[in-house]
Design a protein around this ligand. Structure first.
Ligand code: SF4
Length: 243
């Protein structure tokens, strides 16, 4: 006798994002050799206003490229309350001169409120918690309305970024994650900045090839990789935004 199962098996869960994930993974393969501009043109065409760029305001290269692909594109900036003044100045300059819509995300607590609840200099005692509250949570909330986001990650920045796909699936946030300059080198960035007169953070010319929050960033030494100045002396290498 044959038994026919008529009810769906509750053990088999359907992933509501399966199609989007497959699209991202296929695009990652198809666009591996495409130019950064072509990758962003694909993102603009595929996701329209559901697509944004995030920028740490180290430079405005990806924002500039994205504005060429989609004028008025949303550029999301995380203001942790701990930025160097130069970084805030770069954000303001980008907003003033580029054809982009800058959106500044802030944590739920000011630095003073955080200090009052957790004690001063949480970044020295528990940087993971500090990053979780001041970076990861605000970004997660800010990205809710988007289907896809672009970053300026590059494979040559550090060993932890060596396998960054140009388009991939961000499992943590359930979104398409685009890294249009993943294959670029620092020379490519410098050439683009020169060719297009792109705004850059003045700290890049002052020994900081990677710019994060002031308490967790130092100048790099000769021979160190670009991100060696981030959380220097600690095991931490990433804030968790790209983990
Ligand atoms: Fe806090 Fe440092 Fe993380 Fe900035 S980088 S959120 S100051 S731990």
């Amino acid at each position: 006798m044959t038994t026919v199962q008529t009810e769906p098996d509750p053990d088999i869960e359907t992933d509501p994002d399966a199609e989007l994930k497959a699209l991202a993974e296929q695009a990652g393969r198809d666009l591996e050799d495409a130019s950064a501009l072509e990758i962003l043109q694909w993102a603009a065409k595929t996701f329209g206003k559901k697509f944004c760029v995030t920028s740490s305001m180290e430079d405005a290269v990806v924002a500039h490229l994205a504005a060429r692909a989609m004028p008025g594109v949303d550029v999301v900036f995380l203001d942790t309350g701990y930025h160097f003044p130069e970084t805030i100045g770069t954000r303001d300059a980008v907003e003033a001169v580029m054809d982009v819509n800058v959106i500044t995300l802030t944590p739920r607590q000011t630095v003073a409120e955080q200090d009052a609840e957790y004690g001063p200099k949480l970044h020295d005692r528990n940087p993971d918690l500090c990053c979780a509250m001041r970076k990861i949570k605000p970004l997660e909330e800010g990205l809710t309305k988007y289907t896809a986001w672009a970053t300026g990650l590059r494979r040559d920045e550090s060993p932890t970024r060596a396998n960054t796909p140009v388009v991939g699936w961000d499992e943590k946030r359930r979104k398409v994650k685009i890294s249009p300059i993943a294959r670029w080198t620092q020379d490519d960035v410098d050439a683009y900045v020169t060719e297009h007169g792109v705004l850059t953070n003045p700290l890049l010319m002052d020994g900081y090839p990677s710019v994060g929050c002031a308490p967790c960033t130092r100048r790099v030494l000769e021979g160190e990789d670009a991100r060696a100045g981030r959380w220097a002396g600690r095991a931490k290498t990433e804030c968790g935004l790209h983990g």
